[in-house]
Every structure is written in structure tokens, then in C-alpha cells.
Design a binder for this molecule. Structure first.
Ligand SMILES: Nc1nc2c(ncn2[C@@H]2O[C@H](COP(=O)(O)OP(=O)(O)OP(=O)(O)O)[C@@H](O)[C@H]2O)c(=O)[nH]1
Ligand SMILES: [Mg+2]
Length: 471
């Protein structure tokens, strides 16, 4: 008897080990990074994507679903205990529950695991049993990718750059005044350091609010649990001819280095280096609406963001990746439900043009890339109105500010994206041809039929590009 029990125990242990091995070997994991500058639409995108992957009636362009190969998709505990979970349920109920509203701004990294049971495709499909594929979605702010550039700079170079960038920006005035009034060679004291850094952070927030993209260091916009720590209490200062030990300049220099090693590097090491598929969400319409300066700034920020995907861009990052790379990158212009569909190709053309410039600088080493216009949550319907004898293709939705329903014509995007990008680059103060308006719409009240996810535009195509080949 005793003998048997022991033998049984051993068999069970062997089985358990076997299962562990099976899981590790045969249940592939796709790590999808979702990024974009603040307010680009990351939270809405992930929420709607997950809802539409679980309820696939609105996903005809996502082939594994259209071919009936996805048997189920379900949420699972994520593999990393130290990363906050993406709060899918709250965001979904905000967007699709009674009194629908947009989810709260979230600017820290978070993660969610969605698992699929899929029938294999191809010739042997009848012979093989269904398998499990895990999709780990990682939401992280695009500003954190911009921080990669900081690794190549010392404090003096960064300061010069940041001060120069602030100069032409209206909202930079107050901060520049305090930076120039400070004595960088003078003795460091914490009160001065705090004032300078909070003025700097306030300027970055205002710049972001006004539609500017490059508002680094990324963690200054939403410091989270690091608020008030020395690694986040510094600001750019003019370089003095001599910065003695104990001076403000020396101390800021030290903190700038701490920001790099304590904030920037851990993000790239713990999150970025593990990503296989990436979507970069871009609020192109928002930038066009904010004007030429904002569009030019977005173009530069995109180039900078994309260089994070270029191998060899940074020696430290290259050594970290050791041969790993992102296989696919999708650039998606978000909130396309602000435009009548006849204008979507033009929006995509602007997105591609922004990306192409970045691509010229950064060779993605074989990663396949695409550009698309999407709306993760469609809030409008289309209609064509007669306006002074001219037909206007409009969208109609509920305005966020007043709660009233209205039809809206945002202006005609040009067929040639250069009509926007060139004046932006040349420093034009305003658009010549058109005024591009933008309205903020509230999510519409919706009743979902069984099997349906929230309404969207081209979310299925985005999913197909990013995941189709792996399911
Ligand atoms: N009409 C429309 N608006 C959208 C859509 N996606 C996002 N928005 C708008 O953009 C805002 C920002 O979207 P979020 O998903 O919160 O953006 P985010 O990138 O997560 O923003 P942060 O968490 O602040 O970095 C929302 O509050 C909406 O107003 C969309 O598909 N359609
Ligand atoms: Mg968010």
C-alpha cells in the first residue's frame, strides 16, 4: 500500500512538471505594446479591442474570427505581479454603460492578459486539437519612449535643448524667466530646486495641453508614486562657465543622471524589451486642429519615438535587446469617427507621411509596418448636408460639452499630405487653405446585441495586422 502511494505521488509530480513544460513550450505568448502620446486614445483602444476580441460579431476583417477559428477568448490573471492590471471592466462600463463617458486619463504602465482557444488552420486543421495562445497587452505612455533620447545626452546638452524648445512656445515664458533668474553656479537649496522643477513641470503640462508633443522628461507629466522624489525634482538651466561642487547646476546634473538610471532604464529593461508587436496611436486630427506648430512638433516626436525601434540607436538598449526585435508596428491615426469616411484615406495619407519621414531615419530592421485610420469607439453617424449649394459630408454625434446632438463638418483634409506638412515645417503660423475644426463627442448610448463588441472603425483590420498571423 505504502509503496503504491509513493509511486502515485511520483507519477503525479512528474505529470505536474510535464504540464508546466507543456504550457511553457506550446502556449505561445504574444506581447502587444500599445503606446501613444498622452490623450492619443490608448485606454479606449485597449478596452474596445479586448471587448471586440471577446465578442467578435463586429470583427469581419479579423480573419481568425471571421474563419470561425477562435473558439473562445477570455481574460486571465496576467503573468507579472508587479505591474498594475489594466482596469478593463471599469473602462468598459464607463464607455458602454448607462450615461456613457470617456475613461479617466491613465499615464502609468499597465497590463492585461487575454487568452484564446483557437482551432488550427491549414491542411492539418482537422487533425490537430485546439491550442491556447495568450495575448499580453501592455499600455505605456509614448512620452516614455521619448525619454530614450535622454540617455545619449548629458545634463548640459539636454538643458540647452530644452530651453531652446521652450523659447518659441508661449506657455514657456514663466519657466524661462525663472530659469534665467536662477544662479546655476550658486549654492544649491531645495526650495529653489522645487520651485524651478514645479515651474518646469507646469510649463510641460501647458505645452501638452496646447497640443505640443515633445514634453520630456516623460515622468514629469504624471509622476505617480515618484512625485516629489529627487529624481523628478530638477529642471533645465543655462550652463555656467564654472559649476562648483554643491552648486545648483551640479545637483541638477546628478538628479538628471538619477532620472536616467532609476526611471528611464528600468522601463526599457522591464517592459519595452519584451514587446513583439507594437501599435503606436497618434492623434493626428488633434495636432492638425491645434495648428502647424503642433503638427511639426508631432512629426519630430514621432521620429524620435520610432527611433526607439531602430536597432543600434542606443548601445545600451541594443545590448539589452540582444537580437530580439518588434516584428510588426502599426501606426494608427485615432478618432477617425470625427471624419466622414470619404476623408479617411487622406487622414491615413497624413499618418503615412509622418511615419515615412521617421522611417527614413529609422530602419526598423525588417519589422513590417503599416498605417491606418481607426476609431476604437465610434461615436458618430455620417450624413451629407446641403450648405449654401455645396454638399458637405458631415458626422453627427452628441457634443461632450453641451450634451446636444449636432452635425459637424471638420474641414477638408488635402489630398496631398505635403500641403500640411510643408507649411508646418516652414513654421507657418496658421493653415492657409482651411480651418480644421474638431469637436469632442461623447460616447453614444448603445445597446449591444449578444456577441457584439462596441462599435468601431477598422479595429478588426488593426487586429488582423497585429495578431492575425499568430492565431
Ligand atoms: N470620438 C472618439 N474619441 C476618442 C476615441 N478614442 C479616444 N477618444 C478621445 O480621446 C480621449 C483620450 O482617450 P484615452 O483612451 O483616454 O487616451 P490615452 O492615450 O489613454 O490618454 P492618457 O491615459 O491620458 O495618456 C478620450 O477621452 C476621448 O475624448 C475614439 O475612438 N473616438
Ligand atoms: Mg490612458
Amino acid at each position: 500500500m505504502i509503496f503504491n502511494d509513493i509511486a502515485d505521488g511520483i507519477v503525479r509530480q512528474v505529470e505536474a512538471v510535464g504540464n508546466g513544460v507543456n504550457e511553457a513550450l506550446f502556449e505561445p505568448v504574444i506581447r502587444l505594446g500599445v503606446t501613444g502620446l498622452s490623450r492619443a486614445g490608448k485606454t479606449v483602444f485597449i478596452t474596445s479591442l479586448v471587448a471586440n476580441l471577446m465578442n467578435r460579431e463586429r470583427m469581419p476583417g479579423f480573419l481568425p474570427a471571421a474563419e470561425g477559428r477562435v473558439l473562445t477568448a477570455f481574460l486571465q490573471p496576467q503573468p507579472h505581479d508587479d505591474v498594475p492590471r489594466f482596469d478593463y471592466e471599469s473602462h468598459l462600463s464607463a464607455m458602454t454603460g448607462p450615461d456613457p463617458h470617456w475613461p479617466q486619463s491613465t499615464r502609468a504602465v499597465s497590463e492585461l492578459r487575454l487568452s484564446f482557444r483557437v482551432k488550427p488552420g491549414g491542411l492539418l486543421s482537422g487533425l490537430r486539437s485546439p491550442r491556447t495562445v495568450h495575448l499580453d497587452i501592455v499600455d505605456y505612455p509614448g512620452e516614455w519612449l521619448l525619454d530614450l533620447a535622454l540617455l545619449d545626452m548629458d545634463y548640459a546638452t539636454w538643458s540647452e535643448d530644452a530651453l531652446k524648445r521652450a523659447e518659441p512656445r508661449k506657455m514657456g515664458g514663466d519657466f524661462l524667466a525663472s530659469a534665467h533668474a536662477a544662479d546655476p553656479a550658486g549654492e544649491y537649496d531645495e526650495a529653489t530646486a522645487k520651485t524651478l522643477s514645479s515651474d518646469f513641470a507646469a510649463y510641460l503640462r501647458d505645452a501638452r495641453e496646447a497640443g505640443f508633443s515633445d514634453c520630456t522628461p516623460g515622468r514629469f507629466l504624471l509622476p505617480g508614486e515618484m512625485a516629489g522624489s529627487p529624481a523628478l525634482t530638477f529642471a533645465p538651466l543655462p550652463t555656467p562657465t564654472r559649476a562648483p561642487r554643491g552648486s545648483l547646476h551640479r545637483e541638477f546634473e546628478r538628479r538628471f543622471e538619477a532620472y536616467k538610471s532609476k526611471v528611464v532604464k528600468p522601463f526599457f529593461r522591464d517592459h519595452f524589451s519584451r514587446i513583439d508587436r507594437q501599435i503606436v496611436l497618434v492623434d493626428v486630427l488633434g495636432a492638425i486642429h491645434a495648428g502647424p506648430a503642433a503638427l511639426e512638433d508631432l512629426r519630430r516626436a514621432m521620429a524620435e519615438i520610432l527611433s526607439a525601434f531602430r536597432p543600434g540607436r542606443n548601445a545600451w538598449l541594443t545590448s539589452l535587446l540582444t537580437g530580439r526585435r518588434v516584428e510588426k508596428i502599426l501606426f494608427a491615426a485615432t478618432k477617425a469617427d470625427h471624419l466622414h469616411h470619404t476623408q479617411h484615406p487622406r487622414l491615413t495619407a497624413v499618418m503615412s507621411a509622418l511615419m515615412r519621414e521617421a522611417k527614413d531615419r529609422a530602419d526598423f530592421a525588417g519589422a513590417s509596418t503599416a498605417a491606418m485610420s481607426i476609431a476604437a469607439l465610434r461615436t458618430t453617424t455620417e450624413e451629407t448636408l446641403d450648405h449654401q449649394g455645396r454638399k458637405l459630408d458631415c458626422v453627427r454625434g452628441t457634443l461632450l460639452d453641451t450634451g446636444k446632438r449636432a452635425a459637424f463638418y471638420p474641414g477638408d483634409l488635402p489630398e496631398d499630405p505635403a500641403r500640411l506638412l510643408k507649411p508646418a515645417r516652414d513654421g507657418a503660423k496658421a493653415w492657409l487653405d482651411e480651418d480644421y475644426g474638431i469637436m469632442r463627442f461623447a460616447p453614444a448610448e448603445i445597446t449591444l446585441k449578444p456577441g457584439e463588441g462596441p462599435p468601431h472603425i477598422r479595429l478588426d483590420r488593426a487586429a488582423e495586422f497585429l495578431l492575425g498571423d499568430r492565431l
